[in-house]
Design a binder for this molecule. Structure first.
Ligand code: ADP
Ligand code: ZN
Length: 733
């Protein structure tokens, strides 16, 4: 229930600034002298309706421009949830300033579940009164038996357990045969930090000791925990979680969305005796509401979640773990554009707690931060137990002379056949969804493109249509070429994972094949189902995009084929080589994680490329050093700062004109800042909007946000034109 507030009279009242989850600055409201404090979540009048916001700080009625007392409205009520903590409010302010977003837009990521702010509906359950109904039916008998025997159940749960309709249960309630009772209050989490974990190796113990020292000392500590896949990093951070829990603090584990799987949850449960709270896009509205409240009132002791979990209203956060910290999916590209790994470090720093960044292939940014002493660095050198790193060999595709519709070389095909004969599992990695990336007319060469984006349409045979991977536009393959009017002239060009599955079926007709891509494996539940089939050995060959590169444990997977290692090495993205290297190492890490040694075959047209060379040598340090030199030379991140300003609009000329106007008033070079562009963005047409980008480059020591804010102020926005700022851009689309 909300606690209502007595109407205040002017003299005994206080004035607060209340921030609403809207792209607005805080507004002043009046509160009685007592009963409201900074951080409280409150209901306030807004125009003719009411809105929920957060008491941000005390307002100064004597400040210039302050509203006169008679125009100030009263806070209506305090919402019955714990207040937002000071570190969280500082964090929201920090993110708003850093990303140049309105404060309220960032708050909205915290108040993301309006239903969780509604008074909780009293949970009612039903029990059998003991008086049988006048007329007994089999369904009624089942319901009464269930109600008499089991735990107290809600109406819906009763109907479901008894295999009866809600109407049957409803009738029994109406007749007073089932009576309502209050359901027991939701239980605090049963996560038990005292349960014993495995006997740790010496390297694991050293890492744990350092991290526990940080937790005991308190204060901000950032640590990179590095080690090849299977080296036991997860066990190490489980120990650190246990330590934080023992000190009465909540823990947050960030994972890339799709890596949040049953495997991870089961391991957690085996270690701590209960599951953590989950936070990701696959939750139902009710689960979301429950999770939000449990985090806010401290019942959820450990939360595992995707990037947005960082904004949850933790009551007493004491530790953040960022697993697979190098993952580019930590970058949120829409709305408030932020990088969850970087913001996790900020959150930890403001909360004066520890943050542990975990990866087998840390991002260059993170490695450089560790080298400069900003982060501590811990290394787990060996794989746990007997498992060995796979052997990695290149297949030079220039010698293979495959026909134009085949992509699996003879050596890779032979290795797949051997593995199948031995009853071991294989994986083919190709980072291309669908059947074919391009469809063209054999008569005139016309390529089918998206009408809303500058992108080719991708052939998806499983869906039975062509699809744009940028806006989701779909169409059937036309019978007639729109350009030359030839009939049935379209041919698929190049491979996607679906097409590889066809090739494997032709090569190895008895193999059981599964295709895994983000369009078919798009929720943790689906990822779980696939992983279970692999673990149960119902699948011989998995063909997948980078989603299969995530840290799963498949003991019988002993061969990984990288179908096209060159893909991703080209392109205008400053992190392309780094990302390719990471994915290849991760994919290689899938092979031979248990007793069986694994091998990785890498198909490439450029075996001398530094990335491929470093991969074959397993020499990540060499690769990172080369990459760091390269970036330092060009003043690119993390040695310099980048910010993208993207101008877009439905009218190409209008958007282009505005982008040129911005360039005219751009900050001058003297300030240690350089502005490039405008240039049409690589995806110059996206979802029907024409896009132009300007790129601001600055020396590392320069704070770019005030410079950009001043700059944008000099060119007032026009109608239909939108400007987005992306600080530290990752996507160069
Ligand atoms: P990573 O997180 O580095 O990939 P994990 O922590 O998942 O590595 O460890 C890999 C495997 O080894 C897991 O099955 C894990 O349970 C097991 N393992 C790790 N450390 C130990 C240990 N000290 N004792 C027993 N098993 C361990
Ligand atoms: Zn499109």
């Amino acid at each position: 229930m909300d606690s209502g507030l007595a109407t205040s009279n002017g003299r005994e009242s206080r004035r607060f600034r209340v921030l609403l989850p809207l792209p607005l600055a805080p507004y002043d409201y009046r509160a009685p002298a007592e009963g409201i404090a900074v951080g409280d979540i409150v209901r306030v009048p807004l125009g003719r309706r009411q809105a929920v916001g957060v008491v941000w700080d005390e307002a100064d009625p004597t400040a210039a421009g302050a509203l006169p007392e008679e125009r100030i409205k009263d806070i209506v009520a305090k919402v019955d949830v714990p207040p937002l903590t000071t570190p969280l409010r500082r964090f929201i302010e920090w993110v708003a300033q850093y990303t140049l977003s309105p404060l309220g837009a960032v708050l909205r990521m915290t108040l993301s579940v309006p239903a969780a702010l509604e008074p909780e509906r009293a949970h009612r359950g039903y029990v059998y009164s003991g008086t049988p109904p006048a007329r007994m039916t089999p369904a009624r008998a089942r319901v009464l038996e269930t109600a008499a025997a089991g735990p107290i159940r809600s109406k819906a749960a009763l109907a479901e357990s008894a295999g009866a309709s809600a109407a049957v249960v409803g009738a029994l309630i109406d007749q007073g045969i089932l009576v309502a009772v209050a359901m027991p209050a939701p239980q605090a989490s049963a996560i038990d930090p005292e349960r014993a974990g495995p006997q740790l190796t010496t390297a694991q113990r050293t890492s744990v000791a350092k991290l526990l020292g940080d937790i005991q000392a308190g204060g901000f500590h950032a640590t990179l925990l590095e080690g090849v896949t299977g080296s036991g990093k997860t066990e190490v951070y489980f120990e650190v979680i246990a330590a934080a829990l023992r000190r009465g603090r909540q823990c947050l584990v960030l994972v890339p969305e799709i890596a949040l799987t049953a495997q991870w949850l089961e391991r957690f449960e085996a270690r701590f005796g209960a599951r953590p709270a989950e936070w990701h896009s696959d939750l139902t509205a009710a689960q979301r509401r429950r999770a939000w409240r449990a985090v806010a009132d401290g019942r959820a002791r450990v939360v595992v979640g995707a990037r947005s979990a960082l904004f949850l209203p933790f009551a007493e956060l004491g530790l953040i773990v960022v697993d697979e910290e190098h993952e580019s999916s930590y970058k949120q590209e829409e709305g408030v554009i932020y990088h969850a790994r970087d913001m996790a470090v900020v959150r930890a720093s403001l909360g004066e707690i520890s943050v542990v960044l975990v990866s087998a292939t840390p991002a260059l940014e993170t490695v450089v931060n560790a080298a400069s002493g900003r982060y501590d660095r811990l290394d787990l050198p060996d794989r746990h137990g007997t498992a060995e790193l796979p052997t990695i060999a290149a297949i030079d595709m220039r010698n293979e002379r495959l026909p134009a519709t085949r992509w699996i070389s003879a050596p890779l095909a032979a290795a797949l056949a051997e593995n199948l004969a031995r009853g071991e599992q294989s994986m083919l990695y190709l980072n291309r969804r669908g059947y074919a990336p391009l469809t063209l007319c054999r008569a005139c060469g016309h390529r089918l493109a998206c009408p809303h984006c500058s992108a080719w349409l991708v052939d998806h045979r499983l869906l039975g249509m062509l699809q744009c991977h940028h806006c989701g536009y779909t169409a059937a393959t036309p019978i007639e070429c729109p350009s030359c009017h030839a009939r049935e002239s379209f041919a698929a060009c190049g491979p996607g994972v679906e097409r590889l599955a066809d090739e494997v079926a032709a090569l190895l007709p008895t193999a059981r094949v599964a295709v895994a891509a983000s369009d078919t494996i798009d929720t943790p539940a689906r990822a779980n189902a696939l992983i279970e089939r692999i673990v149960k050995r119902e699948i011989d060959i998995v063909i997948g995009t980078q989603i299969v590169a995530k840290g799963h444990h498949f003991p019988m997977l002993t061969l990984v084929g990288v179908v096209d290692a060159d893909l991703g090495l080209s392109g205008g993205d400053l992190r392309a080589a780094e990302r390719t290297f990471q994915v290849l190492v991760q994919v290689a890490g899938r092979a031979g994680r248990a007793l069986h040694a694994g091998r990785v075959l890498v198909q490439t047209h450029d075996p001398r490329h530094p990335v491929i060379q470093a991969l074959l040598a397993g020499d990540r340090e060499r690769f990172l050093a080369k990459e760091a030199d390269e970036r330092e030379l060009h003043q690119l991140p993390p040695f310099g700062r980048l910010a993208a300003v993207i101008v877009s609009g439905p009218d190409e000329r209008e958007a282009a004109a505005f982008a040129r106007r911005l360039a005219q008033v751009a900050p001058r070079e003297a300030a240690g800042v350089r502005v490039l562009g405008p240039a049409p963005a690589p995806l110059s047409l996206l979802r029907g909007r024409y896009r132009f980008r300007l790129l601001l480059m600055a020396e590392r020591g320069i704070k770019v946000q005030p410079i950009i804010a001043d700059w944008l102020d000099k060119a007032p926005l026009r109608r239909h034109v939108r400007v987005q700022v992306d600080i530290d851009p990752y996507s160069f689309l």
